[in-house]
Design a binder for this molecule. Structure first.
Ligand SMILES: Nc1ncnc2c1ncn2[C@@H]1O[C@H](COP(=O)(O)OP(=O)(O)OP(=O)(O)O)[C@@H](O)[C@H]1O
Ligand SMILES: [Mg+2]
Length: 283
């Protein structure tokens, strides 16, 4: 476990670098601002898969939205490949919990949608990329289906293909599998692993599920709450490719326990749970 990196300058060699990032909200009916994020310092290397976990309300979504350029921040600096961010950009793609597909567009046309907005690809390139990605996410044969004709898991696969289609440098994922049943979720994790290894994207992935984080990540960042901050980070030492069966190994479970203990401590500190919570229950 390492302490948060607190050097002042953004790292030039990192794909994503955050220094002293802070954000407050004025919530309705409150006299004092809420410190959603305080002094976040982190670096993510090119091609690294990093997960953020932490109790509800610790600022995970806020941080992701800031990196996506969807939300302004109070102070600090965020750089992507050495460039300061000032709003959304083609270098980032966001995948939300709900697939949010366009219901009047087919699978194929949903996957091409982002590329059409970007205006960087010729029609032939768009068609080839869309078809390749639809096959990559296992939806060959479903190109002409509309979202309402797809299961939740299939819709989320379309969503993933749509995000990858624009060839972003960083994929930002906010609990993308949370709405799926437990079994589909496990398969989607394995799929995402496979896709990530083929495309070697830099990924920042938020989840409540600690086993999901440890299975997927090179590094797990634990956020604390009130104020939201980076409390600790864990390197995940397991070699890749990882089979889902790794989740039952003692060393995997031991790492889960270590991370859980910190989250439980935070949740207790914030009054989200009382002492002695069951580790099976997500705060
Ligand atoms: N637009 C907003 N206006 C006021 N307060 C906000 C706003 N968005 C978020 N917050 C507050 O900021 C804090 C962090 O919220 P955020 O959604 O980032 O948490 P989170 O870690 O993603 O939580 P969860 O795990 O429940 O998704 C919370 O206390 C929340 O109430
Ligand atoms: Mg959230």
């Amino acid at each position: 476990m390492d302490a948060a990196n607190a050097s002042t300058k953004p790292s030039r060699s990192a794909k994503l670098s955050a220094r002293h990032v802070a954000k407050h909200f004025w919530a309705s009916g409150e006299d004092t601002p809420l410190a959603a994020l305080s002094d976040i310092n982190l670096d993510i290397a090119d091609g690294e898969f990093v997960c953020i976990v932490g109790p509800s309300g610790c600022g995970k979504t806020t941080f992701l939205n800031i990196v996506a350029g969807l939300l302004p921040f109070d102070h600090g600096a965020i750089e992507i490949a050495g460039r300061s961010i000032s709003g959304p950009g083609q270098d980032r793609a966001m995948v939300f919990q709900q697939a949010r597909l366009l219901p009047w567009r087919t699978t194929f046309d949903n996957v091409t949608y982002g590329m059409q907005l970007h205006r960087r690809f010729t029609p032939a390139e768009m068609a080839a990329r869309a078809q390749g990605l639809i096959e990559l996410v296992g939806l060959k044969g479903f190109e002409r289906r509309f979202p309402a004709e797809l299961s939740g898991g299939m819709q989320q696969r379309v969503n993933l293909a749509r995000a990858l289609a624009t060839d972003p440098e960083i994929l930002l994922m906010d609990e993308p599998f949370a709405a799926l049943d437990a079994q589909t979720r496990e398969f989607m994790q394995a799929e995402l692993m496979r896709i990530w290894q083929e495309h070697s994207k830099t990924v920042l992935f938020v989840t409540h599920q600690i086993d999901e984080a440890v299975y997927l990540a090179d590094r797990v960042l634990v956020f604390g709450t009130r104020p939201g901050r980076l409390k600790a980070e864990f390197k995940v030492p397991f070699p890749r490719p990882r089979q889902l069966a790794i989740k039952r190994r003692p060393e995997f479970l031991a790492l889960l326990d270590d991370i859980w203990a910190l989250i439980e401590e935070e949740a207790e500190r914030a009054g989200l749970v009382r002492g002695g919570a069951d580790p099976a229950v997500t705060p």
